[in-house]
Design a protein around this ligand. Sequence first.
Ligand SMILES: C[S@@+](CC[C@H](N)C(=O)[O-])C[C@H]1O[C@@H](n2cnc3c(N)ncnc32)[C@H](O)[C@@H]1O
Length: 220
Amino acid sequence: MMGNGGHRLNGKPLLSKRRFLGSNPSAPVSSIVVIVLLLKSFMLLVLALLFSGLLVLVACAVAGFIFFSMIVGQLKGAPFVPSKPKRIAAMIELADIKKGDRVCDLGSGNGAVLFAAARRGAVGIGVEFNPFLVWFSRLRAQWMGLGDKVSFVRQNLHTYPLSDADVVFLYLWPSTITALREKLMRELKPGARVISNAFAIPEWKPTAERDGVFLYQKSV
Ligand SMILES: C[S@@+](CC[C@H](N)C(=O)[O-])C[C@H]1O[C@@H](n2cnc3c(N)ncnc32)[C@H](O)[C@@H]1O
């Protein structure tokens, strides 16, 4: 039935004009809903921006790491390729590390060789140009509780002084090893050992060789 006020049932209006038009009583409710929706969208937008910022940061860090490790490393002396655990074991054994030995890893990468030497009682320094690897190695050293035994410097290995070292570890391109030969001869003290992973030192006669690792000892 239709009357002046709209539909009616048993004389009562089914829907009052005011409610039908959505005026006053529901107005505050719908405003709150709109505000909540706006706030939610704003928060989602902020979260999306934060997340994409984080993704960009991570992507930059990964790209920087690959650039330094592969491209710059290749040009400087060797790309970052960590020694395998079996090789590290052979390097440590051939080096015959004694408590208090001063060891130096020229191009220390992720620090694994030095950590193995430190566990045998050595005091070590890693020389590495790649800042990502230097920070990572320092963090690892703290994490492993070896922070007082090993340290890492960001430096070109061709300029690091070696006169204190009892043992020097190398895992570098043959051309870089060749360029280092004269420095090793000049700076190492008599009796010092040089351990080279994978590549022999050109024209030098190794004292021992095991599993692709070469040991050289400077004559006393
Ligand atoms: C093949 S990796 C060996 C890493 C580590 N010594 C090992 O055995 O696991 C060579 C390392 O030498 C570093 N390196 C290459 N040229 C360098 C230079 N001129 N000065 C300092 N570090 C260098 C590279 O960044 C890389 O981490």
